[in-house]
Design a protein around this ligand. Structure first.
Ligand SMILES: *Cc1c(COP(=O)(O)O)cnc(C)c1O
Length: 433
């Protein structure tokens, strides 16, 4: 690594403990210091550039330093940077709540702000449990899909099912059981999974507050994808047992799956919807939990009845974050992003055809602007994901495989030429494994 890059890396390792990282890896695996970014590109201190094929952990849906979003945040910066949201309000929060209610499935009328995805999940879990309690019912259990991921704070971790993140903390977790996720995108496997869901709810439905799902795509769960019919049926069954459905659209929201929200493809309105990641276009941390008036009204009474939802975060509804979210929503209105995405997805899928003939490729799958290539025949210790990652960086593309799954989740502004580069690099990375 050259000098300008080396210096900052050395300084970094003196004091920074990085997320989701075995720090010892950095004895051999160089950190990539990023100086600036524009569009799909990240630039290091030597001006090498990398296509951000994973939208920086799925948040930068319009790429980096977008002129329009930047200008809106700058405007807000000189007007009101922050004020508490208890007892006070401000225009960015009000406008954002209005617009979210407008664009999300009908019936989601109330917006509770949080400042990251995991917190939003915690809020949804607490609200659901508390709703039942306010209604005179004790439902101390949650239900989630096998292989699911909902964040890493204790409550969010409890409803997830990725062993790597969860097992160590097992003694600390709240009660949650899993029902099998459909194992592929066919209607048949959706129906098999629905049978299992029915059995669990028949047996334990009255103990369960909510069933939380990642609709259509399990992101951190190796990009497992399933048919929308599962969600449609699950909503119906949950309703029969008084179990809330929480659609965790933190990753799938804002156009990622081919519609504005994944729940639309199942034609349902969940009882709770959690949103974050793409919400601010990757500018600032913000999250929301949306719910319906029935749930809201179960908390609405005289203070002395002690039914209020007394949950808060310091940065709840931060005006700068809200302004970047509003600007992000503007971008969806200014051009047909979803329509353009459909064309790009089709193009990506066509380009992925040639992967299917490789002997170490098990499956190629896609939902909207998420595409994944599942490799086969490797052991976990081989860390082939790391090899692909390294090859990508050496060739100007940030790929960050999940184990043996190479996936693309690029910013929506990616051009066809950049798509070619991204996919050809992944192809060559697989060839040299
Ligand atoms: C990323 C993610 C979360 C957690 O969000 P953070 O902001 O990282 O805490 C929760 N649910 C899903 C589906 C996610 O993809």
């Amino acid at each position: 690594m050259n000098n300008n890059n080396t210096q900052i890396v050395t300084e970094d390792l003196n004091h920074i403990w990085h997320p989701c990282t075995q720090m010892k890896d950095h004895e051999t695996l160089p950190l990539i210091p990023i100086k600036r970014a524009k569009g799909v590109y990240l630039y290091d201190f030597e001006d090498n550039r990398y296509i951000d094929a994973i939208s920086s952990w799925w948040v930068n849906i319009f790429g980096h330093t977008n002129e329009y979003i930047s200008s809106k945040v700058k405007e807000q910066l000189d007007t009101l940077e922050h004020v508490l949201l208890a007892g006070f309000t401000h225009k960015p929060a009000v406008d954002l709540a209005n617009r979210l209610v407008e664009i999300t499935p009908k019936g989601l009328e109330k917006v509770f702000f949080a400042d990251n995805g995991s917190s939003a999940v915690e809020v949804a879990l607490k609200m659901s449990f508390h709703y039942h309690k306010n209604m005179g019912e004790n439902r101390p259990l949650f239900l989630s899909l096998s292989n699911s991921y909902h964040g890493e704070t204790i409550g969010a971790l409890s409803v997830g099912d990725v062993e790597l993140y969860k097992d160590t903390y097992a003694p600390l977790l709240i009660s949650c059981i899993q029902t099998p996720v459909p194992f592929d995108q066919t209607i048949e496997s959706a129906n098999i999974a629905i049978k299992e869901l029915k059995k669990i709810l028949e047996k334990r439905g009255s103990e369960i507050s909510a069933f939380i799902i990642e609709p259509l795509v399990q992101g951190a769960g190796y990009m497992n994808m399933y048919h929308p019919i599962y969600i449609t049926k699950a909503k119906d069954i949950c309703q029969r047992y008084g179990v809330h459905l929480i659609a965790d659209e933190i990753m799938t929201g804002f156009g990622r799956t081919g519609t504005m929200f994944a729940s639309e493809q199942a034609n349902i309105t969940p009882d709770f919807m959690t949103l974050s990641k793409g919400l601010t276009g990757g500018y600032l941390p913000l999250a929301v939990v949306m719910t319906n008036n029935t749930i809201y009204n179960a908390f609405y009474c005289d203070y002395s009845e002690y039914k209020a939802f007394l949950h808060s975060h310091s940065y709840t509804g931060n005006p700068l974050a809200c302004s970047s979210a509003l600007a992000t929503l503007d971008l969806f209105q200014q051009s047909d992003i979803i329509g353009e995405n459909r064309k790009k997805s089709a193009y990506i899928l066509e380009k992925l055809e040639k992967f299917k003939t490789l002997p170490n490729v098990k499956e190629v799958r896609q939902t909207g602007m998420i595409s994944a290539i599942e490799l086969k025949g490797y052991k976990a210790q081989e860390r082939i994901g790391l090899k692909v990652y390294q090859y990508g960086l050496d060739n100007g593309v940030l790929l960050r495989p999940l184990g043996h799954i190479i996936y693309f989740m690029p910013p929506f502004i990616i051009t066809y030429k950049q798509i070619d580069k991204m996919i050809d690099t992944a192809y060559n990375a697989i060839l040299q494994l």
